[in-house]
Ligand binder design. Structure first.
Ligand SMILES: Cc1cc2nc3c(=O)[nH]c(=O)nc-3n(C[C@H](O)[C@H](O)[C@H](O)COP(=O)(O)OP(=O)(O)OC[C@H]3O[C@@H](n4cnc5c(N)ncnc54)[C@H](O)[C@@H]3O)c2cc1C
Length: 471
């Protein structure tokens, strides 16, 4: 297998900055992973995909499915055949779950993007119970790396999966669920694309709901004191802390009980216009425009990072609004960054954060991006970062064009000392040896992989790192 190219912050990392030798190359969203697929395919249907798999098997090639390329790790990168399932994104069936209050099992093509899925669900009066903070990913990509949102009582996306249809290296297609191939099902819900190609996914959805969002700035010490209370008494609590300052932005999102008269439609026109103007001011101008400006400035003049962080931490105005859940969960993220995120046992969060401040506050590191803290309930998915333990997620970021290695290495040492598990789609340095100790079912996963894909048809540089090389 060919090699992947990782850029250091000193190299040009914007795709347009590439020289001619890389014009046919693929680059992820963050611009830190580049590969050169031998061929790219976007099959219109599963039959065409099967033929692509057959050809790759015959020629001894490797295959990697790419979703939206939003992983910071080379999870989707390949120098073999790169396949996009953008055209396998159709709704197959919506089946009400008997005995529930309107919950449904929804089967969709695995390539569907989350924003399209959210719209489709809304059209049918449904929603995902929880989501991450963007909606650009493909459903399969988000599941495969263990994507999660925040909510101490709510698990990540993979725990909402009821069944999957998978195209295997053998060319056969299997349906997996708790009842059909249950072990493969447990392994496939988070599999980093290493077991086969997900063709369709059945997810458990809930009736559409509104969220009341309250966003406000708070002092870091105040947040630390209220950490457990905030996480336990709100459906979805998260916060962003700006290194080198006491400033945080906290987000408290709570379900609006059904029947509450407050609805989006009930906002009068003037209030709706004011909301939309404020939303634009906060989401676009402050979160993206101003943030882009402060980041590029401090990338050029690192000494300005501290004062600029103070500005950034105070720029957002407190706001409260009610909107459909998927609109509240998701924000535009136009300023590109590099990210590492670890799930630590929830009980360790406070100590880990205190320790992290000693690193993130270091002036020489000039950290421009806030640290993000979220929560998730334990689940039973084998490679879920919240497998069998209530978890808190701590994410460190750095602006795309700034050095991040020293910061991430120091942060990773702190996360690892607390038994942290790295997000499969975000920067980390762990290999199979260390990961085996972090997941009770890790070796069981690797055994299933060896059985389903003995030759490594779906292997790449990253699966070799995390699961080991197949011979
Ligand atoms: C701005 C931004 C915000 C983010 N926010 C969050 C967040 O809130 N929470 C969170 O947990 N993560 C978050 N992430 C990480 C992101 O959700 C994951 O990296 C996710 O995998 C990206 O989905 P994708 O469609 O881009 O997948 P890709 O990165 O393209 O692929 C990811 C993996 O999925 C595999 N894959 C894709 N499709 C298939 C398929 N059909 N069958 C088998 N394997 C497949 C690929 O081979 C690869 O291994 C964020 C990332 C960015 C850049």
């Amino acid at each position: 297998m060919g090699s992947f190219r990782f850029r250091s912050a000193a190299e040009p990392s914007h795709p347009r900055a590439r020289d001619d030798r890389w014009t046919n190359s693929w680059t992820n969203w963050a611009g830190n992973v580049t590969s050169r697929p031998r061929a790219t395919e976007t099959p219109p249907d599963p039959m065409a995909l099967t033929r692509i798999v057959d050809r790759a098997v015959a020629s001894g090639d490797t295959i990697r499915v790419v979703g939206a390329g939003h992983s910071f790790t080379p999870a989707a990168a390949t120098n073999g055949v790169q396949v996009s399932l953008d055209r396998l994104d159709e709704l197959e069936i919506i089946a009400p779950i008997p005995g529930t209050d309107g919950e449904c099992l929804v089967t969709v093509g695995a390539g569907i993007r989350l924003h399209a899925l959210n719209e489709l669900l809304a059209e049918h009066g449904l929603a995902m119970p929880n989501l991450g903070d963007i909606d650009q990913q493909s459903l399969a990509g988000a599941l495969s790396t263990g994507t999660h949102g925040t909510g101490a009582a709510l698990p990540g996306l993979a725990a909402q999966v009821h069944g999957m249809r998978i195209l295997l290296a053998s060319g056969s297609v299997i349906e997996v669920s708790q009842d059909q191939h249950p072990e493969v099902f447990q392994a496939a819900r988070v599999s980093v694309g290493a077991l086969g190609i997900l063709l369709a996914v059945t997810i458990r959805c809930v009736p559409a709901f509104l969220l009341r969002a309250r966003e406000t700035t708070m002092q870091f010490d105040e947040v630390m004191e209220g950490l457990d209370e905030f996480a336990d008494t709100n459906d979805h609590f998260e916060f962003f802390w700006f290194p080198g300052t006491q400033g945080t932005l906290t987000k408290f999102n709570n379900r609006v009980p059904e029947g509450t008269p407050t609805t989006v439609d009930s906002l009068n026109t003037a209030a709706a216009a004011a909301y939309s103007a404020r939303s634009w001011l906060d989401d676009e101008l402050l979160s993206n425009g101003l943030f882009q400006f402060t980041n590029s400035l401090s990338a050029r003049v690192p000494q300005l990072t501290g004062p600029l962080n103070v500005v950034a931490s105070k720029a957002l105005s407190p706001r409260e609004y009610v909107a459909p859940s998927h609109e509240v969960f998701v924000s535009p993220r136009r300023v590109r960054f590099i990210e590492m995120e670890y799930a630590v046992p929830r009980a360790a969060l406070s100590d880990v954060l205190q320790e992290l401040t000693t690193v993130a506050n270091r002036r020489d590191l000039a950290i421009q991006f806030p640290v993000e803290v979220r929560f998730a309930a334990a689940d039973d998915v084998w490679l879920s970062t919240a497998h069998e333990r209530d978890s808190a997620y701590i994410a460190v970021h750095q602006y795309q064009h700034s050095p991040y290695r020293e910061y991430f290495d120091a942060a990773e040492a702190i996360f690892r000392a607390a038994g942290g598990r790295p997000h499969w789609g975000k920067m980390h340095s762990l290999t199979r040896t260390e990961l085996t100790d972090l997941y009770p079912r890790f070796e069981a996963f690797c055994t299933i992989r060896e059985k389903l894909d003995p030759r490594g048809l779906f292997a790449n540089f990253y699966t070799n790192q995390v699961f080991g090389k197949l011979t």
